[in-house]
Ligand binder design. Structure first.
Ligand SMILES: Nc1nc2c(c(=O)[nH]1)N[C@H]1C(S)=C(S)[C@@H](COP(=O)(O)OP(=O)(O)OC[C@H]3O[C@@H](n4cnc5c(=O)[nH]c(N)nc54)[C@H](O)[C@@H]3O)O[C@H]1N2
Ligand SMILES: Nc1nc2c(c(=O)[nH]1)N[C@H]1C(S)=C(S)[C@@H](COP(=O)(O)OP(=O)(O)OC[C@H]3O[C@@H](n4cnc5c(=O)[nH]c(N)nc54)[C@H](O)[C@@H]3O)O[C@H]1N2
Ligand code: SF4
Ligand SMILES: [Mo]
Length: 700
């Protein structure tokens, strides 16, 4: 028997970057625990990390390329797969132009440094502008705000949760999600520490969430009215002469236009539409303005909605006007060892460089919004997408209007998926290329160090060697690029590129390198966030743009949205929002028995009074109907829901036929994106607007 070993690594599942300590012997995993010596996560772990062993061992995991044939799926060799893909993509591009091949990238790309580093080469080889990703069903409004206010889409302000005295959380549930655009392992402890040092946490959410229950105060809000609410906070700061720019006094451009623009939005004017009390809004503005330090943090609830763009702009505005931007305890900027903020002063961003063909939606970060992917495939004409490749994404379940996307994928001439499963999306592919994942992959967080509440760095070696016939995602991308271009491999690996980035980065002079990280398997602590915006801002004059014209222009759309009248929508009287569950991650972890056993968590939560009016009893099957479709799932009476609002878990729906995820397929959950609408977007950024989808609920 071989001896027991201990492996240290960072969990790759969510944004929290928890350090893990894994004991194993002879290929068997003995235990997975939090690594107490990780200087950042200090032992924190959640149940999903323990399931890494299930994904490793899962007999449903694909290990060999699959090809669809008249007789079903057939295993083929890698060479055969690459050759066929290159020929088919080239044929489509020769006949219809480069853009006739579309790409969709899913969330795990952001958790895999090989992909992050190799994707640009792959894109260059493919040469298409028809690129899409889950970012436009998620955090796009944050990037757009940073782009217009700070000159760099990746320069995103992060709450300094470990030092703040007042945290206003809008539309985020970090106790369950473990934080997003706020990498903060053990966020529960960090929130508690705010309270222990005499500070306060306030949550604004249409659902009294797990986070709201731990907060000092929870305020209900009607979905999609956050921009009005935040405008009222800003209005109050001006109205009561509480604007205090502090150290940013001489570094703000546009303050007068902002003051003028927010005049109409007094708390008294917007309170009814938001379902809030005007006095509560004024009180919040005063608390933020007078706290020793304060930060407003708004996330998915304020991002994936019709006014996500305005919300993320106003979030920054609030932090600036209360003197809390780039300041300890406020919204700060990480200084990562591998920096994604390139020096681009004066260089234009790609925002609006192109418009999407069918709906004329803006291009941003070299992508079009995923909400229009189905249109681009299904609408005939020059520039139509005729072939697709998805990489680590499951848009049939994750994108708005997933049913239409299924129809679109079926209509393609050719489709390829790089994935670990045969699932709802990949089953539409002609060829599936299976990648390694989790414990088989080396790990470095290219993205999440840029969003972390403390500067740290860590590299993890693979724990298990992949078998010789398996390929890493980055090798698949490299080989595809080589087959497409006919070039020879130059031998460059992601580790070489990472090492170069580390040596040339901000810590290079202090000896930062891949070897140094490898010598420190628990990770390196590089200290708390420090004020650094003056060095990092990318606007030409170094000033923060507090009132970019496109946001001021978008206020008209908000004014015309008629919130109060929409509440009287008789056909669809309820407003639907999403929720995340502690034991699932987006659409892909439900094949772990350990995570899904027990009572079906995929329920529609609604307020008892609302449910009883409809004649529903607790646990009964309900039909939830929108203008685009209907789903059926059990109702759960839950007085943590605001009146008129229902909540459904996102990422479910493995009950479709023809997949090969045997555990997941037996799960009763349905996909809420069968009834979301790809036409519902934040028109400013093109981000999907899941929240606030109008629905009716009936006895099934
Ligand atoms: N209604 C509603 N919809 C939502 C949301 C919501 O809140 N409400 N949330 C949105 C958000 S925030 C996001 S990020 C998106 C996520 O949207 P997606 O990224 O499209 O969905 P995932 O479930 O993350 O899909 C991951 C895919 O990658 C595969 N996979 C997992 N690990 C690996 C790997 O290592 N390599 C490869 N090649 N494949 C792998 C999985 O099998 C799965 O097919 O969903 C969005 N959709
Ligand atoms: N366990 C688990 N953790 C995850 C994930 C997962 O699937 N499972 N997914 C990961 C991913 S990809 C991401 S992006 C992050 C997201 O992390 P979070 O941003 O924390 O996302 P959610 O938990 O969806 O929280 C969104 C909150 O917004 C509220 N909300 C909905 N509509 C509105 C509205 O109009 N206004 C306001 N104010 N609130 C609203 C919802 O009730 C919900 O509480 O989580 C990550 N972590
Ligand atoms: S919180 Fe996220 S990173 Fe931490 S163990 Fe859980 S899934 Fe992994
Ligand atoms: Mo996400």
């Amino acid at each position: 028997m071989s001896e027991a070993k201990t492996h240290y690594r960072t969990c790759n599942i969510c944004e929290a970057m928890c350090g893990l300590e894994i004991k194993h012997q002879g290929g068997e995993i003995l235990s997975i625990k939090g690594d107490n010596n990780d200087p950042f996560s200090r032992g924190h772990i959640c149940p999903k990390a323990v399931a890494l062993q299930d994904f490793y061992r899962d007999k449903d995991r694909l290990k060999t390329p699959l090809k669809r044939t008249a007789d079903g799926w057939q295993e083929i060799s890698w060479n055969e797969a690459f050759a066929e893909i290159a020929t088919r993509f080239r044929d489509v591009q020769q006949a219809h132009g480069k853009d006739a091949v579309g790409v969709y990238l899913g969330n795990p790309n952001a958790h895999n440094f090989g992909n992050a580093i190799m994707l640009p080469r792959f894109f260059k080889a493919l040469g298409t502008n028809n690129r899409y990703s889950s970012a436009s069903a998620d955090q796009l409004p944050h990037h757009v705000a940073s782009n217009y206010m700070l000159g760099a889409g990746m320069l995103i302000p992060i709450p300094d949760i470990d030092h703040t005295d007042f945290m206003l959380i809008i539309g985020a549930n970090p106790i369950v999600s473990n934080g997003s655009l706020m990498t903060a392992p053990g966020v529960g402890k960090r929130l508690k520490a705010i309270q222990q040092r005499g500070g306060k946490v306030v949550v604004v959410d249409p659902r009294r969430t797990e986070t709201a229950k731990k907060a000092d105060r929870h305020l209900f809000i009607r979905p999609e009215t956050d921009a009005l609410f935040m405008l009222a906070l800003v209005h109050t700061l001006f109205d009561e002469q509480r604007v205090n720019l502090g150290h940013l006094e001489s570094r703000i451009h546009g303050l007068d236009s902002l003051a003028e623009a927010v005049k109409p939005y007094s708390p008294e004017t917007v309170a009814d539409a938001c379902g809030m009390e005007a006095t509560a809004i004024r009180e919040l503005a005063r608390e933020m303005a007078t706290a020793k330090s304060a930060v407003c943090y708004s996330r998915m609830g304020a991002s994936t909605q019709s006014f996500g763009g305005l919300c993320q702009w106003l979030n920054n505005v609030l932090n600036i006007l209360t003197g809390n931007f780039d300041r300890r305890g406020g919204a700060m900027f990480p200084q990562p060892v591998f920096d994604l903020v390139r020096d681009k002063k004066g260089k234009p961003s790609s925002y609006g460089r192109y418009e999407s063909r069918v709906r004329k939606l803006p291009y941003f970060n070299n992508e079009f919004p995923v909400a229009t992917l189905a249109d681009e495939i299904l609408t005939p004409g020059e520039g139509q997408i005729r072939a697709m490749i998805t990489v680590a994404g499951n848009p049939v379940l994750s994108a708005p209007g997933g049913m239409r996307l299924e129809e679109a994928f079926d209509a393609l001439e050719f489709m390829v998926s790089v994935d670990i499963y045969l699932n709802e999306t990949t089953r539409h592919a002609d060829i599936i290329l299976p990648a390694t994942t989790g414990l088989e992959v080396p790990h470095f967080d290219v993205f999440f160090n840029s969003f972390a509440v403390r500067n740290t760095a860590k590299f993890s070696e693979p724990m298990f060697e992949k078998s010789p016939d398996q390929k890493h995602d980055w090798e698949i991308l490299r080989d595809l690029a080589l087959h497409l271009t006919g070039r020879e491999d130059d031998g460059v690996t992601p580790e070489m590129m990472l090492d170069a980035g580390l040596k040339h980065g901000a810590y290079g002079a202090q000896g930062m390198s891949l070897d140094k990280l490898k010598d420190n398997p628990h990770g390196l602590d590089l200290g708390p966030l420090q004020p650094c915006l003056e060095q990092r801002i990318q606007t030409e004059d170094g000033l923060i743009r507090i009132a970019p014209q496109l946001y001021l222009d978008d206020l008209k759309r908000l004014d015309e949205s008629g919130f109060s009248s929409r509440e009287q929508d008789c056909d669809y009287p309820f407003s639907m929002i999403s929720r995340r569950l502690p034991r699932s991650h987006n659409t892909w972890t439900q094949n772990s028995h350990r995570l899904v056993k027990g009572k079906n968590p995929c329920t529609v939560q609604m307020n008892t009074a609302d449910a009883q009016k409809l004649g529903l009893t607790d646990g009964q099957n309900a039909l939830v109907v929108s203008s685009t479709g209907k789903i059926q799932l059990p109702v759960e009476f839950n007085d943590d829901m605001f009146e008129g609002v229902i909540s459904i878990p996102q990422g479910w729906g493995h009950n479709r036929a023809n997949t090969a995820m045997t555990v997941a397929e037996s799960q009763p959950g349905v996909s809420m994106n069968d009834i979301t609408d790809s036409q519902r977007i934040d028109a400013l950024t093109g981000n999907a607007a899941f929240n606030g989808t109008r629905v009716a609920v009936r006895v099934a």
